[in-house]
Write a protein that binds this ligand. Structure first.
Ligand SMILES: [Zn+2]
Ligand SMILES: [Zn+2]
Length: 437
């Protein structure tokens, strides 16, 4: 009791906050160097071999018990580069902290002195540039920095700390691969799982939090509209899938505008449509690649059912024979549920951060329509409280200038490393202390 009281006093004193600032500041030059090293060597999803080795090596040096290659993909023969680092420190909760590690097939155009020039072949053999355009290099470096501070301040927290380096976030396969490999059974059932994602709109020095729904679910849907091809000058002897696909795309617009409640956000986007080879040939089929975003599971289910219903019934109306009905495939391996931040946990973390950073630097933010497989760590039916907060990464002067800021995944996106890492390492440390005090 006495000890706890003393610790509380210590944590509450400005001197202690200063001590943490000093520790983080001392680490910053080496963290910025690590960040640049990672930024210069980005690896595509499911190929994070060197990034994972770097993360694993650093955590091992700090005294964590590290297991590599955690995760099982459905694709046979593919290695999952998941990293799990455990530090046991007496009785207390089990807290998981997650970073992702993969980069994107983007040719970097930031013009920075440390811009990536990496090129590689993608899964279909095409040459692509590779860039940390989502800031997962910021996440890894924040994670390494916090791991160091936490290993050095073991008197300030108690329980089991589990740091996980997750591969393949951008293709939403990594979290499920790690869970399928017995993550929680092997390394302990978590009381909480927390993470940061960098923000392309929030200023450095600030942190964003969103209790409740934070990011949307994402479903990848492939639709093939089939018809009966023939001569472009003889439409009467064909069933034209191009006309039908056009009707289908327009009919899809009513799912959000007429079937969905205006209070339930949803997006239905056709991002790719392919059909035909020549102007005077009516083709046999048209393929459409779609993405669907929602928050509530029931809305997600209804929107996916509507897509199928509209496709099948428009084909019927066009007189397409039943054996050529459209096919609608929701790709299970490329889909994930919405990211839900446990409200109690999120408010608790935000409260601790506000004490350290000040009310005005810890900002309640609107939910986003992008997606994350971090959602999977809470397990079916919200069994585990999870929270992902946003880490401001943009120089305040750039925001004030009114320039159009590049979004995450843009070839021109760049976080300002030093101040972003300062807030990230300090914020992550404070969140772990709060949960394990
Ligand atoms: Zn991303
Ligand atoms: Zn990301």
């Amino acid at each position: 009791m006495k000890r706890a009281l003393l610790l509380l006093l210590l944590l509450a004193t400005p001197a202690f906050a200063q001590q943490l600032d000093t520790m983080v500041d001392q680490e910053l030059p080496s963290l910025v160097a690590t960040y640049k090293q990672l930024h210069l060597a980005p690896e595509l999803s499911q190929h994070e071999e060197k990034s994972a080795a770097l993360v694993a090596g650093r955590l091992r040096e700090l005294g964590y018990t590290v297991t590599e290659r955690v995760g099982k993909y459905d694709e046979p023969g593919l290695i999952s580069y998941g990293v799990v680092a455990v530090m046991k420190n007496g009785n207390g909760p089990t807290v998981y902290v997650r970073t992702d590690m993969d980069a994107l097939p983007v040719v970097e155009q930031t013009g920075l002195s440390y811009a990536s020039t990496v090129k590689t072949k993608n899964a279909t053999g095409e040459e692509v540039g590779v860039m940390h355009a989502c800031g997962h290099d910021i996440h890894m470096t924040t994670f390494i920095g916090a791991a160091k501070v936490l290993a050095a301040t073991k008197s300030h927290w108690h329980g089991t700390l589990v740091l996980i380096g997750q591969p393949a976030e951008e293709v939403v396969k990594g979290a499920s691969a790690m869970l399928k490999d017995g993550l929680y059974e092997r390394f302990g059932h978590p009381d909480y799982v927390i993470a940061f994602h960098d923000s392309a709109t929030l200023a450095t020095g600030t942190i964003g939090y969103t209790p409740g729904f934070f990011m949307a679910s994402a479903d990848s849907v492939n639709v093939t509209i089939r018809g009966v091809g023939g001569h472009g000058a003889s439409p009467q002897s064909t069933k034209d899938p191009i006309v039908l696909a056009s009707q289908f795309i327009l009919a899809l617009q009513t799912i959000v505008s007429r079937e969905d409640s205006p209070l339930d956000p949803a997006v239905v986007t056709v991002g790719s449509i392919h059909g035909g080879t020549k102007r005077n040939i009516i083709p046999d089929e048209v393929t459409l690649l779609m993405t669907v975003r929602t928050y509530k599971p029931e809305v997600r289910k209804r929107v996916l059912a509507s897509i199928e219903r509209i496709a099948k019934n428009l084909a019927l109306a066009a007189g397409i024979p039943e054996n050529l009905a459209p096919t609608v495939d929701v790709l299970a391996g490329e889909s994930c549920g919405s990211t839900y931040n446990d409200p109690t946990l999120t408010e608790r973390l935000a409260g601790a951060l506000k004490t350290a950073f000040g009310e005005k630097n810890v900002i309640k933010t609107d939910p986003l329509m992008v997606s994350e497989d971090f959602s999977l760590f809470r397990l079916e039916g919200n069994q585990i409280p999870t929270a992902m907060l946003q880490l401001g990464a943009i120089p305040p002067a750039r925001i004030a200038s009114g320039e159009r800021l590049p979004s995450l995944h843009s070839s021109k996106f760049w976080p300002d490393p030093e101040p972003t890492l300062r807030t990230g390492v300090k914020g992550m440390t404070l969140m772990v202390w709060e949960l394990m005090k």
